[in-house]
Design a protein around this ligand. Structure first.
Ligand code: F6P
Length: 329
Protein backbone atom coordinates (compact mmCIF):
# COMPACT_ATOMS: atom_id res chain seq x y z
CA UNK A 1 0.00 0.00 0.00
CA UNK A 2 1.20 3.55 -0.70
CA UNK A 3 0.50 5.72 2.36
CA UNK A 4 0.57 9.53 2.40
CA UNK A 5 1.30 11.47 5.60
CA UNK A 6 0.99 15.18 6.31
CA UNK A 7 1.05 17.59 9.26
CA UNK A 8 -1.53 20.37 9.28
CA UNK A 9 -2.41 23.29 11.58
CA UNK A 10 -0.13 24.40 14.42
CA UNK A 11 3.02 22.30 14.79
CA UNK A 12 3.35 20.24 17.97
CA UNK A 13 6.33 18.54 19.62
CA UNK A 14 6.12 14.85 18.71
CA UNK A 15 4.91 15.25 15.14
CA UNK A 16 8.31 14.09 13.89
CA UNK A 17 8.30 11.11 16.25
CA UNK A 18 4.90 10.20 14.83
CA UNK A 19 6.18 10.48 11.26
CA UNK A 20 9.13 8.23 12.15
CA UNK A 21 6.76 5.65 13.60
CA UNK A 22 4.50 5.76 10.53
CA UNK A 23 7.41 5.37 8.12
CA UNK A 24 9.08 2.56 10.04
CA UNK A 25 5.86 0.65 10.74
CA UNK A 26 4.89 0.92 7.07
CA UNK A 27 8.35 -0.12 5.82
CA UNK A 28 8.41 -3.09 8.20
CA UNK A 29 5.08 -4.23 6.72
CA UNK A 30 6.28 -3.87 3.12
CA UNK A 31 4.34 -0.65 2.43
CA UNK A 32 5.65 2.69 1.20
CA UNK A 33 5.19 6.21 2.57
CA UNK A 34 5.01 9.53 0.73
CA UNK A 35 5.52 12.62 2.89
CA UNK A 36 3.33 15.55 1.85
CA UNK A 37 4.75 18.97 2.68
CA UNK A 38 2.83 21.96 4.10
CA UNK A 39 -0.32 20.05 5.05
CA UNK A 40 -3.45 20.14 2.91
CA UNK A 41 -2.14 23.21 1.10
CA UNK A 42 0.92 21.25 0.01
CA UNK A 43 -1.30 18.37 -1.06
CA UNK A 44 -3.30 20.71 -3.32
CA UNK A 45 -0.02 22.01 -4.72
CA UNK A 46 1.45 18.49 -5.05
CA UNK A 47 4.41 19.28 -2.81
CA UNK A 48 6.00 15.99 -1.83
CA UNK A 49 8.92 15.43 0.54
CA UNK A 50 12.06 14.12 -1.11
CA UNK A 51 14.66 12.16 0.85
CA UNK A 52 18.39 12.99 0.73
CA UNK A 53 18.79 10.72 -2.30
CA UNK A 54 15.90 12.44 -4.09
CA UNK A 55 13.38 9.65 -3.61
CA UNK A 56 9.68 10.30 -2.98
CA UNK A 57 9.48 7.11 -0.92
CA UNK A 58 10.50 7.67 2.69
CA UNK A 59 12.65 4.70 3.68
CA UNK A 60 13.68 3.51 7.16
CA UNK A 61 16.82 5.71 7.22
CA UNK A 62 14.99 8.85 6.06
CA UNK A 63 13.53 9.30 9.55
CA UNK A 64 16.65 8.52 11.58
CA UNK A 65 17.01 10.49 14.80
CA UNK A 66 13.64 12.21 14.39
CA UNK A 67 12.12 11.21 17.75
CA UNK A 68 13.83 14.04 19.55
CA UNK A 69 13.36 16.73 16.92
CA UNK A 70 10.77 19.48 17.53
CA UNK A 71 8.50 21.00 14.86
CA UNK A 72 7.80 18.96 11.74
CA UNK A 73 10.23 18.20 8.93
CA UNK A 74 7.20 17.98 6.62
CA UNK A 75 6.30 21.62 7.40
CA UNK A 76 2.72 22.59 8.22
CA UNK A 77 0.10 25.15 7.23
CA UNK A 78 -3.54 26.09 7.64
CA UNK A 79 -5.46 25.82 4.35
CA UNK A 80 -8.77 27.56 3.61
CA UNK A 81 -8.97 26.19 0.05
CA UNK A 82 -9.05 22.58 1.28
CA UNK A 83 -12.08 23.42 3.46
CA UNK A 84 -14.25 24.05 0.39
CA UNK A 85 -16.01 21.06 -1.29
CA UNK A 86 -14.05 21.79 -4.51
CA UNK A 87 -10.76 21.85 -2.60
CA UNK A 88 -11.50 18.55 -0.86
CA UNK A 89 -12.49 16.88 -4.15
CA UNK A 90 -9.36 18.23 -5.85
CA UNK A 91 -7.21 16.82 -3.04
CA UNK A 92 -8.90 13.42 -3.51
CA UNK A 93 -8.10 13.50 -7.25
CA UNK A 94 -4.46 14.38 -6.55
CA UNK A 95 -4.11 11.49 -4.10
CA UNK A 96 -5.60 9.10 -6.66
CA UNK A 97 -3.35 10.49 -9.40
CA UNK A 98 -0.27 9.68 -7.27
CA UNK A 99 -1.62 6.19 -6.50
CA UNK A 100 -1.81 6.97 -2.79
CA UNK A 101 -4.21 4.52 -1.13
CA UNK A 102 -4.26 5.82 2.44
CA UNK A 103 -3.73 9.23 4.05
CA UNK A 104 -2.66 9.85 7.65
CA UNK A 105 -3.12 13.54 8.57
CA UNK A 106 -1.56 14.63 11.88
CA UNK A 107 -3.04 17.72 13.54
CA UNK A 108 -5.80 19.25 15.61
CA UNK A 109 -9.49 19.90 15.19
CA UNK A 110 -9.34 21.58 11.77
CA UNK A 111 -7.05 18.86 10.43
CA UNK A 112 -9.39 16.11 11.58
CA UNK A 113 -12.45 17.89 10.19
CA UNK A 114 -10.56 18.01 6.87
CA UNK A 115 -9.75 14.30 7.21
CA UNK A 116 -13.43 13.53 7.77
CA UNK A 117 -14.50 15.58 4.74
CA UNK A 118 -11.91 13.84 2.60
CA UNK A 119 -12.97 10.38 3.79
CA UNK A 120 -16.45 11.09 2.42
CA UNK A 121 -15.32 11.84 -1.14
CA UNK A 122 -12.20 9.70 -1.57
CA UNK A 123 -11.98 5.94 -1.97
CA UNK A 124 -8.70 5.68 -0.02
CA UNK A 125 -8.40 5.06 3.73
CA UNK A 126 -8.12 8.10 6.00
CA UNK A 127 -6.85 7.70 9.57
CA UNK A 128 -6.23 10.89 11.56
CA UNK A 129 -3.71 11.41 14.36
CA UNK A 130 -4.15 13.90 17.23
CA UNK A 131 -1.21 16.30 16.99
CA UNK A 132 -1.78 19.57 18.85
CA UNK A 133 -0.55 21.10 22.10
CA UNK A 134 -4.14 22.10 23.00
CA UNK A 135 -5.41 18.69 24.29
CA UNK A 136 -8.91 19.65 23.23
CA UNK A 137 -9.87 16.63 21.09
CA UNK A 138 -12.50 14.02 21.76
CA UNK A 139 -11.32 10.45 21.11
CA UNK A 140 -8.06 10.69 23.05
CA UNK A 141 -7.11 11.52 26.64
CA UNK A 142 -3.90 13.16 25.45
CA UNK A 143 -2.89 14.79 22.19
CA UNK A 144 0.67 14.56 20.87
CA UNK A 145 2.52 17.68 22.08
CA UNK A 146 0.41 18.55 25.11
CA UNK A 147 2.76 17.04 27.71
CA UNK A 148 5.77 18.84 26.23
CA UNK A 149 3.92 22.16 26.12
CA UNK A 150 3.02 21.79 29.81
CA UNK A 151 6.62 20.84 30.61
CA UNK A 152 7.86 24.00 28.86
CA UNK A 153 5.27 26.19 30.59
CA UNK A 154 6.11 24.78 34.04
CA UNK A 155 9.81 25.37 33.43
CA UNK A 156 9.05 29.02 32.59
CA UNK A 157 6.81 29.48 35.64
CA UNK A 158 9.45 27.92 37.92
CA UNK A 159 11.94 30.51 36.64
CA UNK A 160 9.48 33.39 37.03
CA UNK A 161 8.90 32.27 40.64
CA UNK A 162 12.48 33.26 41.45
CA UNK A 163 11.87 36.84 40.34
CA UNK A 164 8.40 36.93 41.88
CA UNK A 165 9.89 35.81 45.20
CA UNK A 166 12.80 38.26 45.05
CA UNK A 167 10.62 41.28 44.27
CA UNK A 168 7.31 40.44 46.00
CA UNK A 169 5.46 40.33 42.69
CA UNK A 170 2.47 38.68 41.12
CA UNK A 171 3.00 37.27 37.60
CA UNK A 172 0.24 36.74 35.06
CA UNK A 173 1.53 34.02 32.73
CA UNK A 174 -0.46 33.45 29.55
CA UNK A 175 -0.38 30.04 27.90
CA UNK A 176 -1.79 28.88 24.55
CA UNK A 177 -4.62 26.38 24.16
CA UNK A 178 -7.07 28.26 21.93
CA UNK A 179 -10.55 27.78 23.50
CA UNK A 180 -9.30 25.06 25.90
CA UNK A 181 -7.92 25.62 29.41
CA UNK A 182 -6.14 22.28 29.83
CA UNK A 183 -2.58 23.58 29.32
CA UNK A 184 -3.29 26.35 31.86
CA UNK A 185 -4.83 24.00 34.41
CA UNK A 186 -2.09 21.38 34.17
CA UNK A 187 0.60 24.07 34.33
CA UNK A 188 -1.04 25.63 37.39
CA UNK A 189 -1.21 22.32 39.29
CA UNK A 190 2.35 21.33 38.37
CA UNK A 191 3.90 24.72 39.16
CA UNK A 192 1.90 25.39 42.33
CA UNK A 193 0.25 28.52 40.95
CA UNK A 194 -2.22 30.22 43.26
CA UNK A 195 -4.63 31.41 40.55
CA UNK A 196 -5.75 29.91 37.25
CA UNK A 197 -8.07 31.54 34.72
CA UNK A 198 -9.60 29.19 32.15
CA UNK A 199 -12.54 29.47 29.75
CA UNK A 200 -14.22 26.45 31.38
CA UNK A 201 -14.58 28.17 34.79
CA UNK A 202 -15.16 31.89 34.78
CA UNK A 203 -14.61 33.87 37.97
CA UNK A 204 -15.46 37.57 38.35
CA UNK A 205 -12.41 39.82 38.92
CA UNK A 206 -13.80 40.94 42.32
CA UNK A 207 -13.83 37.30 43.50
CA UNK A 208 -10.22 36.75 42.38
CA UNK A 209 -9.12 39.94 44.15
CA UNK A 210 -10.86 38.73 47.32
CA UNK A 211 -8.83 35.49 47.07
CA UNK A 212 -5.65 37.51 46.53
CA UNK A 213 -6.34 39.59 49.64
CA UNK A 214 -6.77 36.41 51.70
CA UNK A 215 -3.56 34.98 50.24
CA UNK A 216 -1.70 38.17 51.13
CA UNK A 217 -3.11 38.19 54.67
CA UNK A 218 -1.98 34.56 55.00
CA UNK A 219 1.58 35.78 54.37
CA UNK A 220 2.28 35.03 50.70
CA UNK A 221 4.56 37.69 49.33
CA UNK A 222 4.43 36.54 45.72
CA UNK A 223 1.78 34.98 43.51
CA UNK A 224 1.54 33.16 40.19
CA UNK A 225 -1.58 33.33 38.01
CA UNK A 226 -1.78 31.14 34.91
CA UNK A 227 -4.15 32.56 32.31
CA UNK A 228 -5.40 30.56 29.32
CA UNK A 229 -5.32 32.56 26.09
CA UNK A 230 -8.98 31.57 25.57
CA UNK A 231 -10.11 32.91 28.95
CA UNK A 232 -13.12 35.20 28.73
CA UNK A 233 -11.06 38.08 30.16
CA UNK A 234 -9.14 38.19 26.87
CA UNK A 235 -5.83 36.86 28.20
CA UNK A 236 -3.15 37.78 30.70
CA UNK A 237 -2.70 41.45 29.78
CA UNK A 238 -6.45 42.09 30.00
CA UNK A 239 -6.70 40.12 33.25
CA UNK A 240 -3.85 42.10 34.83
CA UNK A 241 -5.72 45.32 34.00
CA UNK A 242 -9.07 44.03 35.25
CA UNK A 243 -7.63 42.91 38.57
CA UNK A 244 -5.72 46.17 39.04
CA UNK A 245 -8.97 48.07 38.58
CA UNK A 246 -10.68 45.71 41.05
CA UNK A 247 -8.00 46.48 43.71
CA UNK A 248 -5.35 43.73 43.30
CA UNK A 249 -3.15 44.02 46.42
CA UNK A 250 -0.05 42.81 44.54
CA UNK A 251 2.20 44.70 42.15
CA UNK A 252 2.24 42.64 38.98
CA UNK A 253 3.91 41.81 35.66
CA UNK A 254 2.69 39.88 32.62
CA UNK A 255 4.47 37.25 30.51
CA UNK A 256 2.90 35.78 27.35
CA UNK A 257 4.54 32.43 26.57
CA UNK A 258 2.78 32.07 23.19
CA UNK A 259 4.49 29.96 20.54
CA UNK A 260 7.36 29.05 22.89
CA UNK A 261 5.07 26.22 24.03
CA UNK A 262 4.95 24.70 20.53
CA UNK A 263 8.73 24.39 20.23
CA UNK A 264 11.47 22.18 21.59
CA UNK A 265 12.31 18.53 21.79
CA UNK A 266 9.31 16.38 22.80
CA UNK A 267 9.48 14.89 26.30
CA UNK A 268 9.53 11.05 26.47
CA UNK A 269 5.76 10.79 27.11
CA UNK A 270 5.01 12.56 23.82
CA UNK A 271 7.59 10.51 21.92
CA UNK A 272 6.02 7.29 23.21
CA UNK A 273 2.45 8.45 22.49
CA UNK A 274 3.44 9.57 18.98
CA UNK A 275 5.23 6.27 18.33
CA UNK A 276 2.29 4.16 19.47
CA UNK A 277 -0.38 6.16 17.67
CA UNK A 278 1.62 6.28 14.43
CA UNK A 279 1.91 2.52 14.44
CA UNK A 280 -1.81 2.04 15.25
CA UNK A 281 -2.75 4.37 12.39
CA UNK A 282 -0.68 2.43 9.84
CA UNK A 283 -2.11 -0.92 10.96
CA UNK A 284 -5.64 0.50 10.77
CA UNK A 285 -5.16 1.93 7.28
CA UNK A 286 -3.56 -1.26 6.01
CA UNK A 287 -6.41 -3.36 7.38
CA UNK A 288 -8.95 -1.23 5.49
CA UNK A 289 -10.24 1.10 8.22
CA UNK A 290 -11.15 4.66 7.26
CA UNK A 291 -12.76 7.75 8.78
CA UNK A 292 -11.16 7.09 12.18
CA UNK A 293 -8.69 8.75 14.55
CA UNK A 294 -6.06 6.87 16.53
CA UNK A 295 -6.09 7.82 20.21
CA UNK A 296 -5.33 6.76 23.76
CA UNK A 297 -8.42 6.33 25.93
CA UNK A 298 -8.05 5.10 29.52
CA UNK A 299 -4.66 3.60 28.68
CA UNK A 300 -5.96 1.72 25.63
CA UNK A 301 -4.93 2.45 22.04
CA UNK A 302 -8.19 3.10 20.22
CA UNK A 303 -9.77 4.08 16.91
CA UNK A 304 -12.67 6.54 17.18
CA UNK A 305 -14.85 7.68 14.26
CA UNK A 306 -13.65 11.10 13.08
CA UNK A 307 -17.27 12.24 13.17
CA UNK A 308 -17.24 11.77 16.98
CA UNK A 309 -13.81 13.37 17.39
CA UNK A 310 -14.89 16.63 15.77
CA UNK A 311 -18.40 16.71 17.27
CA UNK A 312 -17.26 18.78 20.26
CA UNK A 313 -14.32 19.44 22.55
CA UNK A 314 -12.77 17.36 25.31
CA UNK A 315 -13.85 18.52 28.77
CA UNK A 316 -11.07 19.56 31.12
CA UNK A 317 -10.91 18.03 34.58
CA UNK A 318 -12.27 20.95 36.62
CA UNK A 319 -11.82 18.91 39.83
CA UNK A 320 -8.26 20.19 39.66
CA UNK A 321 -9.55 23.68 40.48
CA UNK A 322 -10.54 22.38 43.91
CA UNK A 323 -7.00 21.09 44.46
CA UNK A 324 -5.56 24.46 43.50
CA UNK A 325 -7.81 26.28 45.98
CA UNK A 326 -6.68 23.97 48.80
CA UNK A 327 -2.99 24.31 47.92
CA UNK A 328 -3.13 28.10 47.57
CA UNK A 329 -4.85 28.84 50.89
O1 F6P B 1 -3.70 24.89 18.00
C1 F6P B 1 -2.42 25.19 18.40
C2 F6P B 1 -2.27 26.66 18.67
O2 F6P B 1 -0.94 26.90 19.09
C3 F6P B 1 -3.26 27.24 19.68
O3 F6P B 1 -2.91 26.97 21.00
C4 F6P B 1 -3.21 28.70 19.33
O4 F6P B 1 -4.39 29.37 19.68
C5 F6P B 1 -3.03 28.68 17.83
O5 F6P B 1 -2.50 27.42 17.49
C6 F6P B 1 -2.13 29.76 17.29
O6 F6P B 1 -2.11 29.65 15.92
P1 F6P B 1 -1.10 30.46 14.98
O7 F6P B 1 0.25 29.86 15.17
O8 F6P B 1 -1.64 30.22 13.61
O9 F6P B 1 -1.15 31.87 15.43
Amino acid sequence: MRIGVLCSGGDAPGMNACLRSIVRTACAGGHEVYGIQYGYDGLLNEKFYRTDNGSLVMGMRSVSGLSKVGGTILHSSRCKRFETPEGTRQAADILTKHKIEALLPIGGNGTLQGALDLSKVWSGNVIGLPGTIDNDLLGTDFTIGFATAVHTAVDAVDKLRDTAGSHDLMFFVEVMGRHCGDIALATAVASGAEIVCIPEAEEPPAKIVETLRLIKEAGKTSVMAIVAEGDESGGAIAMQKLLKEAGNPYESRTVVLGHVLRGGSPIPGDRILASELGSVAVSAAVSGATGKMAGLVCGELTLTPLEECVSGHRRVNTDRLRLLRIFAS
